[in-house]
Design a protein around this ligand. Sequence first.
Ligand SMILES: Nc1ncnc2c1ncn2[C@@H]1O[C@H](COP(=O)(O)OP(=O)(O)OP(=O)(O)O)[C@@H](O)[C@H]1O
Length: 341
Amino acid sequence: MIQLSKVLKEYTTKTGKVVAVDNVSLSIQQGEIYGIIGYSGAGKSSLIRLLNGLERPTDGQIQVNGREVSKLSSKEMRGFRQKVSMIFQHFNLLWSRTVEENIAFPLEIAGVPKEQRSERVKELVALVGLEGREKAYPSQLSGGQKQRVGIARALANRPEVLLCDEATSALDPETTDQILDLLVTINKQLGLTIVLITHEMHVIQKICHRVAVMENGLVVEEGQVIDVFKNPQQPITKRFVSQISDGAHFSDTVDHFLEMYPNGKLVKLTFVGDQTDQPLIARLIKQYGLEVTIVQGNITQTQNGALGTLLLHIDGDALAIDEALGYLHAQKVQSEVIQHD
Ligand SMILES: Nc1ncnc2c1ncn2[C@@H]1O[C@H](COP(=O)(O)OP(=O)(O)OP(=O)(O)O)[C@@H](O)[C@H]1O
């Protein structure tokens, strides 16, 4: 569906060249929700602007549904922009137009006749849950409602790809979740491919199937969201993942427990999907005669399934503890003995 091969984007500034996207190769499948995460300056916006042809790559190829983006003529580019549409952090609505007029705008530009336009606007208003607000102006809407208008407008010309540029970063957590749920519904109902950029791991965890982690223009890690959560490789990915799976006070808890219980071992377990149903802890106690204290637990739902983390303090015979860790390993439960740094 979307294929990036060795894409380089350099900007020439007064002080020299800036490499914003550095040799990035990615492949995004039809119907997928694909997330690109990175801190400010990582190159996410540049990458998304390359995908919709707003920027041209310095080198490399970008293909969207078989079209080579940098080779499109101006006329082809206009058609392409209808098929690769975008929503924005600050919504970019027309303030002098009502909700329905905003949604109708791209249809007007595409030359859709009036009657078909109002039919389509009606459908879109229902799809994004804005019935009753058709005549309101953007200034009369909440942030979540404004983004619903942005989504309806982006979907008007039945795009093949929806690009989301920090689409929930200006919203409160509850509204963020509602908008993310709407994106999942649209992805499922319309089979629409969604590519989003964000600096929030929560967004990736909640709706993405796959994720790419960007740092200094490079994609440093890429994969299924559940695999990246389960086994982050790069320090930056570990930092993003710990925003979610460890909770805010994880490191405090660990230090506290390591001091409180100098004996035994503090073990972090990570398990996927239905493994969470197994009576693992009961086994550790009964079969290996160990004392087990649950320090902290967390289950994270991702689009690829559930991922659980459990922090245990295990005390008892040293050999039995080693055997118990072997048993967990055999159950394909990942375990990590936590120690002081
Ligand atoms: N038009 C431009 N001209 C010169 N340098 C640019 C331009 N756009 C981006 N850059 C530089 O390219 C690098 C990547 O920026 P980019 O905006 O793509 O990152 P980002 O991850 O989207 O960050 P943010 O979320 O802050 O926008 C940065 O060093 C930035 O200063």
